[in-house]
Design a protein around this ligand. Structure first.
Ligand code: MN
Length: 250
């Protein structure tokens, strides 16, 4: 049983270490992760510069690329065998609501699922620096064994967000749908020492839509959130509503 582990916080992240430790009980771990932080790189694939893979310990490899590069290289030939499962994380920060579209952590799992391998993304919901990786690592191992023994629907990845609480404080887990977060729509403009303007993207976190059944609500209420995702972005409702579209094009 080969499990491929990656992340977007880089090969030296404690979140990755915690995940590897926990998954050792479930299978043989191969880790292929970016050599440095690759936060918010989304599903980027490196096509215009050479990628190098450095073995830094037995079955642990650092790549000068993105999380997607890591999974792609590993599955398409770098690993001696095809992994049965891909697990990405544990990310130092949430991947809730539409933030999943920016996420390198989730994209590693997306790449796994596109390559036909059941995949899981693990994130710890915190903006602080005091990380409780223990419960998330324990949950990852439980979920990984379940997926290995029971399988997963095709074309699916599981996006898991764990509250940054102690094991006792976490109330349980919920299967959820993707919610919606709200950010202040501002950018920060400043002046550099040479008098030129520069900008920071990233507004304040203003909360989330309180819609029932969503990942945001589950985590807010102290539950681990498990959202099955897929990458078919078709808006089926719009497809239906637009069925009478008649454009003057002939
Ligand atoms: Mn990250």
């Amino acid at each position: 049983m080969i499990i491929l582990v990656s992340n977007d916080d880089g090969i030296h992240s404690e979140g990755l270490r915690a995940l590897e430790e926990a998954l050792k009980a479930v299978g043989e771990i191969y880790t292929i992760a970016p050599d440095r932080e690759q936060n918010a790189v989304s599903h980027a694939l490196t096509l215009h510069r050479p990628l190098r893979i450095e073995e830094i310990a037995p079955r642990r490899f650092a790549v000068n690329g993105t999380p997607t590069d890591c999974i792609n290289l590993a599955v398409k030939g770098f690993l001696p065998v095809r992994p049965q499962l891909v697990v990405s994380g544990i990310n130092k920060g949430a991947n809730l609501g539409d933030d999943v579209t920016y996420s390198g952590t989730v994209s590693a799992a997306i790449e796994g699922s596109l390559l036909g391998i059941p995949s899981i993304a693990m994130s710890l919901v915190t903006r602080g620096t005091n990380y409780h990786f223990g419960p998330a690592a324990e949950f990852a191992a439980i979920l990984a064994s379940e997926v290995i023994t029971q399988g997963m629907p095709p074309d699916t990845l599981l996006n898991v967000n764990v509250p940054n609480l102690s094991r006792q404080e976490i109330k349980g887990y919920r299967l959820t749908r993707q919610g919606k977060r709200h950010y202040a729509d501002t950018i920060e403009a400043r002046i550099d020492p040479r008098g030129r303007k520069y900008y920071w993207i990233g507004g304040d976190d203003l909360g989330f839509d309180p819609a029932e059944g969503t990942d945001c609500v589950a985590v807010h209420e102290g539950f681990i959130s498990v959202t099955p995702l897929h990458v078919d972005l078709t808006n089926y409702r719009a497809l239906q509503e637009m069925r009478d579209l008649r454009l003057p094009w002939r």
